[in-house]
Design a protein around this ligand. Structure first.
Ligand code: FAD
Length: 380
């Protein structure tokens, strides 16, 4: 194992490997990634792979739009097919409050340059006849949203970073971060010590703990989220469909499986990865009411992963104040897969050039939680 590195990234999920890819692509040498398990073992490999630009906070819209440009060029840039499909994202509104919120959000998103529109009930019926719309008021739809296979994307970033010279150590856990006089001196791992002056915390659900290793207080907590897939069926769903008030999302994979999930509303912060019967029974009851085609489809698999939540449900991308050259890219609050390309690009520039350059990370700092917290609303 390397005895020293220019940068040590803790976490080999989509975020850590995207940062490693962009750092090495931009010419940085001696980049090391530590992954305590295997690539894609964390939230990334457990996520739905949704890629959406329809957010209630403009900083998320901008980051997601920039990421979409990277996803559109992924095959060309990284030479990997990640089953990326731009079938759109349909957001369903069920009550007056959501109707008003969608109107406001769509106006803001269009102001950011996003191709997004409100669909009235008859338009939804015409375009997506497989949804039972009894309780639906309206929807918003963005045709350039979509989804991809998160494993393939994570593997592709890891492979490309390795080809560029990064060293990725799997089964290697960061145990501690040495800080001397406010500067990073190295990282202690269960396979030895690595001398370095720069650390990036990209440890997903463990961000608070990896912050603690350097004495940096990161206000994140992890919550279990569950998801399931059915047996493969004929192609039916182009878009990914989501509802915030009904707490679900659904999409069809490349190979035909229907994938769906919901948040565990009353779960406490934890590292619990156990799938629950309650999730299965709630989903089995709820989903066919809106999507009757699900009635006779068998469930194949069901699993859980961690949402790393920040107080305002937006990521925390920052450089710590008290410990120099300690960066974090954490707290993605259920949308880190889709934001990883832009965050990887911006953070790599920040480390190399001292600022994020073209990617706007200005509203995502650690110091934003002192006053009133404005929460991202479009989260399941
Ligand atoms: C059920 C579910 C559905 C989701 N759906 C979506 C979606 O549709 N779209 C979307 O954009 N996002 C979605 N997300 C969120 C998304 O998965 C995450 O935001 C994203 O994967 C975060 O990536 P990451 O690299 O930060 O974290 P991870 O993928 O969790 O990677 C962090 C890695 O750090 C490693 N690690 C932790 N501590 C240490 C240590 N001390 N030493 C070494 N390694 C360490 C872990 O093993 C892990 O592999 C979903 C999440 C879940 C759980």
């Amino acid at each position: 194992m390397n005895k020293s590195a220019s940068v040590v990234i803790v976490g080999g999920g989509i975020v850590g490997t995207a940062i490693a890819y962009y750092l090495t692509q931009k010419g940085m040498k001696d980049v090391v990634v530590l992954e305590k398990s295997y690539i894609s073992s964390g939230a990334t490999g457990r996520c739905a792979g949704g890629i959406r630009q329809q957010w209630s906070e403009s900083s998320n819209v901008r980051l997601a739009m920039r990421s979409v440009r990277h996803f559109e060029n992924f095959k060309k840039d990284l030479g990997a097919d990640i089953e990326y499909i731009q079938g759109g994202y349909l957001l369903l509104a069920f009550d007056d409050e959501e109707e008003a919120l969608f109107g406001k959000n769509v106006a803001m998103q269009r102001g950011e340059g996003l191709d997004v529109s409100i669909l009235r009930k008859h338009e939804i019926q015409y375009r997506f006849p497989y949804i039972l719309l009894d309780d639906v008021k309206l929807a918003s739809f963005c045709p350039t949203d979509g989804h991809a296979n998160p494993h393939l994307a994570n593997f592709a970033y890891a492979r490309a970073a390795r080809e560029n010279g990064a060293r990725i150590y799997t089964r290697t856990r960061a145990l501690g971060i040495d800080v001397t006089n406010g500067r990073i001196a190295g990282v202690e791992t269960d396979r030895g010590h690595i001398q370095t002056g720069v650390v990036v915390n990209a440890s997903g659900g463990f961000s608070h703990e990896v912050g603690h290793m350097a004495g940096v207080d990161i206000p994140t907590e992890s919550f279990r989220h569950q998801i399931m897939v059915t047996e493969p069926v004929e192609h039916i769903l182009d878009p990914m469909i989501i509802s915030f008030s009904r707490n679900f999302y659904i999409r069809q994979t490349f190979s035909g499986n229907i994938m769906m999930g919901q948040g565990d509303e009353d779960d406490k912060p934890s590292f619990n990865h156990d799938p629950s019967w309650r999730f299965l029974t709630e989903m089995a009851r709820k989903m066919p009411q809106l999507f009757p085609f699900l009635k006779n489809i068998r469930v194949l698999r069901h699993w859980a992963g961690l949402y790393n939540m920040s107080p305002d449900a937006q990521p925390i991308i920052d450089k710590a104040e008290k410990v120099s050259d300690y960066y974090c890219a954490v707290g993605f609050s259920g949308h880190g897969f889709m934001l990883a390309p832009a965050v990887g690009e911006g953070l790599a520039d920040w480390i190399i050039h001292g600022e994020p350059q073209e990617v706007d990370l200005s509203n995502l700092g650690l110091d934003r939680f002192t006053g009133e917290v404005v929460r991202e609303r479009n989260v399941v």
